[in-house]
Design a protein around this ligand. Structure first.
Ligand code: UTP
Length: 408
């Protein structure tokens, strides 16, 4: 993009101020700024403006789950179907590690966090260790695709190199970078982070599939015979990826997607909850659950909205391709956004001063034609690291790791 093209684009969406400091930049910085402008997804601003028109469908309790009891009865069938798919290279794991981990507040990518006590144990290391269990059982390497963002890509890839991929075969690991979305003030004007830097943040974990397609890695997966993608969050240190039981169960169910769920610890626990939306499986966010819904009961007396998602989904690639053209709901998050003021001073706000835009992977479930909802044991598979202390923290995850026999 050249200067006059940039001026034209910016004028069409009222963002001319992004070139305010252009004349004060050297040639290289000027080109970098033009490149950033070319990369900005301005369409989110229009979608955000129309946001108030969006309404949620009719939410009801979901009735069909594969419970722990059902899995125990079908264990052998599920496991052999899952191992068969893994051995034939039909399953790849996708690690979402593009987030900024603001709640944890570490300077480095969340996966680099050392959760060890008496020895080093990094979150990425735990991920690899958990995946290695399947590799050993299946006798094949599972392709691992790691999503980073421009903010943490270099540090993440260097870390894996430095740690020799924690023993994983590097030929089976690929990285791809997620797209960014602009951060704006309350009037929809994009902030500048510096004189030659547009303020942006990773566009949410829902951007993973479009970013995977753009990177060319989806084609590579398909050429290698991969049919299913198991997508999971970096911050659950007990996360089981490419779990043969889950993979087998989902494939045998005939559903194009699957989601692991756990029984909620309390009716008001802050997790997304499986439900039906207009008759299709969907996820209702904790803040969308009314008090009545939290305590609602099924006819048999069991809680109606009881199963929370743990960001471990399995998707059939062909089903993802079918929905690739559909736009995903845009979530607008209020944030503290550091910015450069008109006079060139840098401001670090004390309270939220604008919005960032995200799409969320959980919205993909509702876009699918069906979802196999698979209960797993909470104490064995759910140890999220969101905060330093308290709920879903380094402390609580350490306790859960110890309870599962992991030496720290
Ligand atoms: P969270 O929603 O917990 O966000 O991510 P976060 O950025 O890690 O942490 P906070 O909210 O700033 O404290 C859930 C998963 O989705 C990934 C994260 O890396 C984590 O694995 N994620 C999130 C992305 O890959 N990209 C994003 O843009 C956002």
């Amino acid at each position: 993009m050249n200067l006059s093209e940039a001026k034209e684009v910016l004028a069409s969406c009222g963002q001319e101020h992004l070139l305010r400091f252009y004349d004060q930049l050297n040639e290289e910085e000027q080109q970098s700024l033009l490149d950033q402008i070319a990369a900005v997804d301005f369409s989110v601003l229009e979608i955000a403006a129309k946001k108030s028109e969006e309404v949620r469908g009719k939410i009801e309790p979901l009735k069909e789950y594969c419970t722990l009891t059902e899995t125990a009865a079908k264990k052998d069938k599920f496991e052999s179907a899952g191992l068969d798919a893994i051995r034939h290279g039909r399953v790849a794991a996708v690690l979402l590690a593009g987030g900024q981990g603001t709640r944890l507040g570490s300077e480095h990518p969340k996966g680099m966090y050392n959760i060890g006590v008496n020895k080093d144990l990094y979150i990425f290391e735990m991920t690899i260790r958990n995946l290695m269990e399947v590799v050993k059982k299946a006798g094949v390497w599972v392709p691992l695709l790691i999503m980073t963002s421009t903010k943490n890509h270099e540090e993440t890839t260097n870390f894996f190199e430095e740690k020799n991929y924690f023993g994983y075969d590097r030929d089976h690991v690929r990285f791809f970078i997620q797209d960014m979305a602009p951060s704006v003030d309350y009037n929809g004007k994009i902030y500048m982070e510096g004189k030659g830097k547009v303020s942006s943040s990773p566009n949410g974990n829902g951007g993973w599939f479009s970013s995977l397609m753009r990177s060319g890695l989806l084609e590579e997966c398909k050429e290698n015979g991969v049919e299913w993608l198991n997508v999971f969050a970096v911050d659950n240190v007990l996360q089981k990826m490419a779990d043969p039981l889950f993979v087998g169960g989902t494939i045998l169910s005939g559903c194009p997607s699957g989601s692991k769920v756990v029984a909620k610890a309390a009716p008001d626990e802050k997790v997304g909850v499986m439900c039906l939306e207009d008759g299709r499986p969907s996820i209702v966010e904790y803040y969308e659950l009314t008090e009545d819904m939290m305590y609602e009961k099924n006819p048999d007396g069991s809680p109606a909205y009881h199963y929370g998602v743990i960001l471990n989904y399995l998707f059939r690639i062909s089903a993802l391709e079918d929905i690739a053209d559909q736009s995903m709901p845009l979530h607008i998050v209020e944030k503290k956004i550091p910015y450069m003021a008109e006079d060139g001073t840098l401001v670090k706000p004390e309270k939220p001063n604008g919005y960032k835009f995200e799409t969320l992977i959980l919205d993909m479930v509702h876009m699918m034609d069906g979802c196999f909802v698979f209960e797993v044991q909470r104490g064995r598979e759910f140890a999220p690291v969101k905060n330093k202390t308290g709920v879903d923290s380094v402390e609580s995850a350490r306790a859960l790791l110890l309870a599962n026999g992991v030496e720290l």
